[in-house]
Design a protein around this ligand. Structure first.
Ligand SMILES: [Cu+2]
Length: 501
C-alpha cells in the first residue's frame, strides 16, 4: 500500500488555522465544553457501572480509508471504517448505544432526523453532554420516526479541516417501520462523501439546478451587503477526492444487478458542505421517500439532487442491460471518484456514462396537489445575508441582522408545546443553503414559488435569492437547534436556537 503524497490534511488545516484570530478561537474552544465535559464524565462513570450489554457500539478514532490503492486517507472514523456501520433499529424499540471516543478532543454524535431528547441528540448548543476525549457515554433512546436517518459528528470545526463533518464521521441509520410493504427486491445504501478538504478563495460554484426564480427584492438586499463588504471572496472548502461508500469510482465492487430487478436505493449526502447530484444513464429513479419519510406522490426523475445531509430513497427498475457509471453530473467530481459502477449480469465492457437531459429539482412534485397544509399558529420570518469575508477572511452569515453567537447562545425563537409554527425563510445570498431543524421534522409549504403539502423533511435546500416556507409542530420540548447544514455557514453565524416556553 502506498500512501498518496496528497494525503495529509493536516497541512491544509494548519495553513487555515493561521488565518484566524487565535484568541477568538481559544475562547470558542473552551467556553462551551468545560461544564458539559464534567457532566458527561460523571455520566460516563455512572454508565460504566451498568453491566447490561449495549445494542450497538460506536468507537470514534483515527483510521485509514482506502479510497483506491493510490489514495489512502487518514481521518477520524466510526469503528475504523467509512461509512460508519449501518445502524438498524426498530421504531419504538428502545436501544442502548455505547459511544467511545478514542480521540484527544471531546465529540458529539448527532442522531440526525430522529425525535430524540436533548441529552441524546448530539448538539452541545442544545445541551447534549460531550463524549469526553478518551472516554465513553452510553446513550439510550427510543428510535423514531421510521425510515432512513443517519448519525454524524456535530462538533464545531471552524477553520480546522481535521474536525467535524470534514472527517469521515458519518454512518447510515435505518429505522424499520412496524409495517414494511417492500415493493422491491433488495436495498442498497449509498453514502456520498468527499475527502482531502482545503481552503480556496475563488468563490463558490454557481448552482442553478433548483426550480423557481430569484426574487428581485432579495437580490437588492444581497447587492447592498456586497457593496458594504466588497473585499476578496470569503474562503470556501474544496476537495481532491470523492467516493461512494468509501471507494472512488472504479475501485469498489460494482453493484451487480439482474435485468428486471427492482432495487431500492437509500442515498445519503454525507458531505460537509457540498451539494451532490446522481444519475444512472438510461434509468430513472422513482423517488418514494425524502429524508426517510414516504412522499405523497412517488415520482420518476432522471437525476437526484441532494443538499448536504439530505437523503433520498428511490426505486430503480433495472431494465437497460449494460455496464454503467452511476455518478455525479459534475465531470470533475466524477472524474475524481464520485460514482459507482452498475453492472448487469452477463454483460462485459467499460462502464458507460452519459449526461441526463437538463432537469430542475422541484420538491413540490412529490407533494399533494391542490391541498394546503394546516394553518400555523404563528409565522417566523427570517432573512439570511452574507457578509463577504467579514470574519478573518471567512464569510459571516446573519439571520435578521444577527450572527449566531456560540458564547451567548441567545435563543432567536420561543415556541409553545403543541402549536404549529411556520418558518418563512428568505435567502438574500447567491448560495444554496440546506436548512436543517434538529429533533423535529417539518412539512414543506412553499418552495421556489410553488405551494405544496405532505412532504415531510428535516433538511431543505433554499435556492439563491429564493424563499422557502415550512411548518413544524412543537412536539419535542427542549432547546432545538436550527441551522444551515453547510459546515462553514453554520460555524460562521448561520444558526438559531429555538426554545420552548
Ligand atoms: Cu448555508
Amino acid at each position: 500500500m502506498v500512501l498518496s503524497p496528497k494525503r495529509n490534511t493536516i497541512t491544509t488545516c494548519n495553513s487555515g488555522e493561521a488565518m484566524i484570530n487565535r484568541r477568538s478561537l481559544l475562547k470558542c474552544a473552551t467556553a462551551i465544553p468545560l461544564a458539559a465535559v464534567s457532566d458527561s464524565l460523571a455520566q460516563a462513570a455512572e454508565n460504566q457501572t451498568s453491566s447490561e450489554k449495549a445494542d450497538y457500539t460506536l468507537r470514534i478514532a483515527t483510521g485509514l480509508v482506502e479510497l483506491s490503492p493510490e489514495h489512502i486517507v487518514s481521518t477520524t472514523l466510526y469503528n475504523g471504517q467509512f461509512p460508519g456501520p449501518l445502524v438498524r433499529l426498530t421504531e419504538g424499540k428502545r436501544v442502548a448505544v455505547d459511544v467511545y471516543n478514542d480521540t484527544d478532543t471531546p465529540e458529539q454524535l448527532h442522531w440526525h432526523g430522529q425525535f430524540v431528547p436533548v441529552d441524546v441528540d448530539g448538539a452541545a448548543e442544545e445541551g447534549t453532554p460531550y463524549v469526553p476525549a478518551h472516554s465513553m457515554r452510553r446513550i439510550a433512546f427510543v428510535p423514531k420516526p421510521s425510515g432512513f436517518r443517519f448519525y454524524h459528528t456535530h462538533v464545531v470545526p471552524m477553520n480546522n479541516l481535521n474536525l467535524g463533518t470534514y472527517t469521515g464521521q458519518a454512518g447510515p441509520v435505518f429505522i424499520e417501520p412496524v409495517n414494511n410493504p417492500g415493493a422491491y427486491d433488495r436495498e442498497i445504501f449509498l453514502v456520498l462523501k468527499e475527502f482531502l478538504p482545503s481552503f480556496s478563495q475563488g468563490g463558490d460554484m454557481e448552482m442553478d439546478f433548483l426550480a423557481g426564480a430569484p426574487i428581485k427584492e432579495l437580490q437588492e438586499i444581497g447587492k447592498k451587503a456586497e457593496e458594504q463588504f466588497n473585499g476578496p471572496k470569503g474562503y470556501e472548502v474544496g476537495y481532491d477526492l470523492f467516493c461512494i461508500n468509501g471507494k472512488m469510482l472504479g475501485y469498489g465492487e460494482p453493484i451487480r444487478v439482474k435485468q428486471g430487478e427492482r432495487i431500492l436505493f437509500h442515498v445519503l449526502n454525507a458531505s460537509a458542505g457540498q451539494i451532490r447530484s446522481l444519475a444512472l444513464p438510461g434509468h430513472v429513479f422513482r423517488i418514494v421517500s425524502l429524508d426517510g419519510n414516504p412522499v405523497p406522490t412517488p415520482t420518476d426523475v432522471p437525476v437526484l439532487w441532494l443538499g448536504t445531509a439530505e437523503r433520498i430513497t428511490a426505486i430503480v427498475e433495472m431494465n437497460r442491460p449494460g455496464v454503467w457509471v452511476m455518478g455525479d453530473l459534475a465531470d470533475d467530481d466524477r472524474g475524481h471518484g464520485m460514482g459507482i459502477v452498475v453492472e448487469y449480469a452477463n454483460v462485459k465492457g467499460k462502464p458507460q456514462w452519459s449526461k441526463p437531459r437538463p432537469y430542475k429539482w422541484d420538491y413540490t412534485i412529490f407533494g399533494k396537489a391542490g391541498v394546503a397544509p394546516a394553518s400555523p399558529d404563528e409565522t417566523f420570518d427570517a432573512t439570511v445575508v452574507k457578509h463577504n469575508g467579514a470574519l478573518n477572511g471567512f464569510n459571516q452569515w446573519l439571520l435578521n441582522g444577527e450572527a449566531f453567537s456560540m458564547e451567548t447562545m441567545k435563543p432567536a425563537y420561543t415556541v409553545h408545546e403543541g402549536r404549529r409554527y411556520r418558518f418563512k425563510f428568505r435567502n438574500a445570498s447567491d448560495d444554496v443553503h440546506p436548512l436543517h431543524l434538529h429533533r423535529h421534522s417539518f412539512e414543506l409549504v412553499r418552495v421556489g414559488g410553488k405551494s405544496t403539502a405532505g412532504v415531510i423533511k428535516d433538511v431543505v435546500m433554499l435556492g439563491g435569492f429564493q424563499e422557502v416556507e415550512f411548518d413544524f409542530v412543537a412536539d419535542n420540548p427542549g432547546p432545538t437547534l436550527f441551522h444551515c447544514h453547510q459546515q462553514l455557514h453554520m460555524d460562521f453565524g448561520f444558526m438559531a436556537m429555538i426554545n420552548y416556553a
